[in-house]
Design a protein around this ligand. Structure first.
Ligand code: HEC
Ligand code: HEC
Length: 341
């Protein structure tokens, strides 16, 4: 209906001024300038979901909207908290009615750069991911139709939906808008970045620098898997966390037993904030993680042999942790652009 009114008034406008070209809703939208820190590549953004100011604004509102859950009790932001770099801080997630899920909620920092989502890489795009938590009985336990019924009656959301996507709210809009917002969650201004990419040689202490060297050494091999600007090579690896895995990991997606116990190498950005660690949240602290790698993991047929006993002493273990903590990006966790106005 509102479309019709706009078209009619535009028609009237055109009659009075014949040379004006026909504007669309897009005229009121502007491209969103994505922050691209030094050292970061260009992000792949789907052609049908270019970032605009209104798309990101709508996505931010939806990300924080508890009506996405069956009983209006939790939003995406309930399990992805900005102060924890959009991780959750629980061993595994708690959904509607206190349901306990099987996996640890990962940070969403730089999630726009990841092309196989979830710990097992089972979902290829952000747009496809959105429906998973909405429908998951252990998370939001809702149905997209219920969500559309609730939000469709909200004038402000309909207004933004039309400004952003030139259509009323539907599944297309919900999945695209939240994805657009998620792509803006770029974290690349930690003290490590100031040292490595912004030429501030004194940004790191000697202990942190020694940790960075250890991290890259042939001895530890950390950087073989946690490589590049986002500290992950985006492969799936079994690190020998268990002899028998309760969660089959990548095997659940590929159905190949050679993938049993393999999980996506997690980014280490903001890792000082994202405890507890591992796909099942089984390690409470970075100390525990470093002790684990130092001991070399458990036996498993699929274990990557780069994980092996390291014989690090207490000083070296402390240096590795000091380095990992330099990946905390304060600007990111306090950025008010990610918060509701
Ligand atoms: C009940 C807690 C909970 C809620 C609510 C929730 N998530 Fe998550 N999220 C998780 C957990 C747990 C995982 C890991 C799942 C897995 O790997 O199987 C996850 C994974 C993700 C991932 C993949 C990240 C990666 O690195 O692979 C994205 C993206 C994401 N969530 C976005 C969202 C969005 C958007 C919403 C709202 C529509 C949402 N989440 C709601 C707990 C939650
Ligand atoms: C063979 C590849 C590989 C190597 C080598 C490796 N990691 Fe990892 N790392 C992984 C994978 C895969 C996980 C997740 C495993 C899981 O959840 O089952 C992980 C998890 C972690 C975590 C927990 C992150 C989180 O968000 O839960 C930290 C911290 C970490 N690694 C640091 C290191 C350090 C430090 C080293 C060197 C001592 C190292 N890693 C060596 C692949 C590797």
């Amino acid at each position: 209906m509102r479309h019709l009114i706009v078209i009619l008034s535009l028609a009237a406008l055109l009659q009075s001024c014949e040379k004006a070209s026909l504007p669309t809703w897009d005229v009121y939208d502007l491209p969103y300038e994505l922050n691209r820190p030094q050292g970061f590549p260009e992000m792949d953004i789907p052609a049908d979901n270019e970032l605009t100011v209104n798309r990101v604004a709508l996505g931010k509102i939806l990300f924080h909207d508890k009506r996405l859950s069956r009983d209006n009790s939790i939003s995406c932001a309930s399990c992805h908290l900005q102060e924890l770099a959009f991780a959750e801080g629980l061993i595994t997630s708690i959904g509607v009615d206190g349901a306990i899920g099987p996996r640890n909620s990962p940070s969403l920092a730089n999630v726009g750069y990841i092309d196989s989502l979830f710990w097992d890489g089972g979902v290829p795009t952000l747009e496809l991911q959105i429906l998973a938590p909405i429908h998951n009985a252990l998370e939001m336990d809702s149905h997209i139709q219920d969500v559309l019924d609730k939000l469709g009656a909200d004038y402000e959301i309909q207004r933004l939906s039309n400004l952003a996507y030139d259509r009323d709210l539907d599944m297309y809009v919900i999945t695209r808008a939240i994805s657009a917002f998620e792509r803006t969650l770029v974290s690349g201004n930690s003290r490590f970045d100031q040292y490595a990419y912004q030429g501030q040689e004194d940004a790191l202490t000697p202990s942190e620098l020694a940790g960075w060297e250890l991290f890259n050494s042939t001895e530890t091999q950390c950087a073989s898997c946690h490589s590049g600007f986002n500290f992950t090579n985006n492969t799936f690896q079994n690190i020998g966390l268990y002899e028998n895995y309760a969660d089959a990991g990548r095997e659940r997606v590929s159905l190949n037993p050679a993938d049993n116990g393999k999980f996506r190498v997690p980014s280490l950005r903001n890792v000082g904030l994202t405890a507890p660690y591992m796909h099942d949240g089984s390690m409470a602290t970075l100390e525990e993680v470093i002790d684990f790698f130092n001991e070399g993991g458990h036996m498993h047929a699929n274990k990557n042999e780069l994980v092996h006993p390291l014989n690090l002493d207490e000083t070296q273990k402390g240096q590795l942790i000091d380095f990992l903590e330099t990946l905390t990006d304060e600007e990111f966790i306090y950025n008010s652009e990610f918060q509701l106005d």
